[in-house]
Each structure stands twice: as C-alpha cells, then as structure tokens.
Ligand binder design. Sequence first.
Ligand SMILES: Cc1cc2nc3c(=O)[nH]c(=O)nc-3n(C[C@H](O)[C@H](O)[C@H](O)COP(=O)(O)OP(=O)(O)OC[C@H]3O[C@@H](n4cnc5c(N)ncnc54)[C@H](O)[C@@H]3O)c2cc1C
Length: 422
Amino acid sequence: MNWRCQPLPIPAGSEVSWLPFGNGRSYGDVCLNREGLLLDTKPLDRFISFDPKRGILRCESGVLLDDILAVTVPHGWFPPVVPGTRFVTMGGAIANDIHGKNHHSAGTFGCHLRRFELARSDGRRLRCSRSENQELFNATIGGLGLTGLIVWAEISLKRINNQVMDVEVIRFANLGDFFEISEYSDLEYEYTVAWLDSMARGKKFGRGHFVRGNHSACCTKPIAAPKRRLSIPVELPFSLVNRTTARIFNSLYYKKQGRVRSTALVHYESFFFPLDSILHWNRIYGSQGFLQYQCLLPPDSRGKDALEELLTKGAQQGLVSFLGVLKVFGNKLSPGLLSFPRPGITLALDICIDGDNTFRLLDDFDSIVQTVGGAVYPCKDARMSGTAFRNYYPQFAELERMRDPKINSSFWRRISGGENGQ
Ligand SMILES: Cc1cc2nc3c(=O)[nH]c(=O)nc-3n(C[C@H](O)[C@H](O)[C@H](O)COP(=O)(O)OP(=O)(O)OC[C@H]3O[C@@H](n4cnc5c(N)ncnc54)[C@H](O)[C@@H]3O)c2cc1C
C-alpha cells in the first residue's frame, strides 16, 4: 500500500484472507499468512507531524523506529519504549505491543500511544484512542494485526539530554542475587535487564550479568554511534551453535567482565540494539534455524520456582542456547487486550533447533508455564498449541469477535484449531 488515503489494495470480493506485514522482525508466524496475502506496509513511510516542544509524533505505520530515532533524537526526544532491534515498524510495534528494558518504569509501547487510524476490509476508516472506538483501540494494541490495518499512529516521546547512556554491569552468581539486584536497581535505573548463562550447572547455575542504565546527564560529552562491523556472509548448511560452542561462549562471556562491577558511557545504539551491528546474525544457527522461547512467570515464589524448574529441565535435556535474557516486568498495565507483558518475571531463550527433542522440551516448558498461570509471547512463537495459547490468553475470544473477518494469519489459524491446530 503506497498512500495512506488510498483504499485497501485488496482484490474486490476476494475471499482470500490478508494480513498487514511490517518489517518481518517477529520470530514466528504472527506476521505470516501462508494461505493468503500479505499487505506490505513499508511504503507507508512518511512522517505526518512532529511537535518538538511537546514530543508528540504522528507518522504512517510503515515508518521504522530507526527513522524515528534519526528525526527525534537531535531534538532531545526518544521513543518511549524500544525493543532489541531498531528495524521494526510503527505498526508492528503496536500490533505486538512491544516491551523493552524499561518495562518496570514505562510499561509497553501501547501505554504511550495516543491515537491511530484503522482501515477495515469493509471500507471503514476508524479513529481509535482512549476516548474514540476504545474497544478497537484496546484490541489493536497487541492485536497481532488481526483487527485491521493501522494506517498511521501518534505517540508521546520521552525527553532525553543527549545520545549517551550511563551504564553499569554487575556480575551475579545465582538467581537469588539476580532478584535482589533487580529489586533495588528498578528504583533508580530506568532500564534494567540481565544476560543469563542458561547452560551453567552446579555451583554456576543461574549466573549472569545484570545490566542497568539511564539516559545520561546533559553535560556528558557526545559519543559516536558504533560502526556496523560484522556480517555473517552466507547461509550455513550447519549450525555454529552446538552444546560445546554454546557452553564455551557462555563461559567466556561470563568471564569477559573481570570485575564484579563495571561502568561505562556508551552510545544508545550499543546499549539498546547490540544485535543490529551484526548483519544476518541469525545465519550462525545454520539451515535448521532457531526458536526463541519467551515466557512470563508470576512475580512470587511460584514464579521463581518455575524459573528454576525451566532452567534445570533445559540443562538436563541438553538445551543449547547462546542467549538467555531475564527481566522483572513492572506493574504498569497496558491498555492492550492481548498484551503479553504483565507483572512478573520474563525469561527469553534463543534455542537452536535439534529436531523433535526441541519441540518436546518446549511443550514441557509450556506445561510448567501453564501450571503457574504464566504466558508465552506470541510474537516469538512458532509452535505452541491452541490449548496452551487459550490458557495463556483467555481473552482470545474477544479478539476473535473484533477480528476483521477478511484478516487472518498462520499463527491465528494454528492456535484457533485450523492449520495444524489441535
Ligand atoms: C533482534 C530482535 C530483538 C527483539 N527484541 C524485542 C524486545 O526486546 N521486545 C519485544 O517486545 N519484541 C522484540 N522483538 C520482536 C519485535 O519487536 C516485534 O516482532 C515487532 O513487532 C516487529 O515489528 P515489524 O515491523 O517487523 O512487524 P512484523 O513482524 O512484520 O509484524 C508483527 C505483527 O504486526 C502486524 N502489523 C504490522 N504492521 C501493521 C499495521 N500497519 N497494522 C496492523 N498490524 C500490523 C503484523 O500483522 C504482525 O501480526 C525483537 C526482534 C528482533 C529480531
């Protein structure tokens, strides 16, 4: 679609389903529609208005966060929430109601959304906000693209002094230490997250690095953006990630920080988007690929026990993972009907695919997460069952009621009992 005022370019009378497509940075099938059409939103890449006094930005839905940063940072404004890559579109950020390292202080992207326009297959154009078409506003935030095409959106930005982040990294020895550091850090630091050595066992179990940061004070000297250095040049027929390389990498990474604490001033790109500097990083997993499993567990002792159980089960069953991320989400609730973040502990693991073993292990993970009333993030999912999804998201029937009848996705068919459904 090229122009925001043009009608939806879907063949008239077509019974084939369609789905808005952003920049394809979702890990699973929420952005795919194997039996139908994808509507590419990237040509909708125009800024509509920017108020540099109040920090309010309106743009079309295909504008990338990368472009927003380029325009707003020089004026002292930053997106309210950013994920681990800056190559996501405005529409994709809303439809997955993305979260970042500041969830405990800012909530999700949807918490900062003022209004948007939604185009439905029946030709209607609806303005949605907290006071206009509120039901559709809530359903579209975290609504996985199913309620209509977000044509443009307006968000509130956050004031910053410069491009520099004031960062501290603390090595922790176990999960107990992680929770303690997280609790006191969340009071003083706007951004917190931990890297977890998910393959460590015995005395090393639950060790990692806690990373916390704030936007720097106004007198800090500017720092240049990092250069894009590395590229994985070709798709590999085999994976560079196996139990041995992952264990060695995790161990070296844990030790890379000699001191228990280290501080640094860094450019915001290094702090927020480290993977963006390695082009085609996903190729290290070879042609088998990888899955990301991100779950949410309750913030109490049941959640902590479940976290330990997940990691122990993973270690026993030979889980191979380079990247484990741990964070405690805050209490700020999103308006999104189906948003993933809720108060609790979130664990994300990049998992190398080792045939059926991996899928069996993740089904076992799902049983643990369901037992404690947790959830799995749809945007990172490619395999959960419909039963698991409906347990995680009992409000799914309300979204189904508000779904645009012509829109569908591979994910939605899978979890609602159609394609490979249960
Ligand atoms: C390296 C990396 C790190 C990441 N880190 C995080 C993280 O920290 N936190 C987090 O929450 N996510 C994270 N993600 C996931 C990413 O933020 C989300 O998948 C994001 O939604 C992708 O946006 P996209 O524009 O690529 O959308 P796509 O992946 O193309 O689509 C996502 C969904 O949005 C819908 N959609 C897209 N455009 C529109 C539109 N205009 N109108 C209606 N619906 C639309 C699609 O139908 C689909 O359901 C990460 C991804 C990567 C690759």
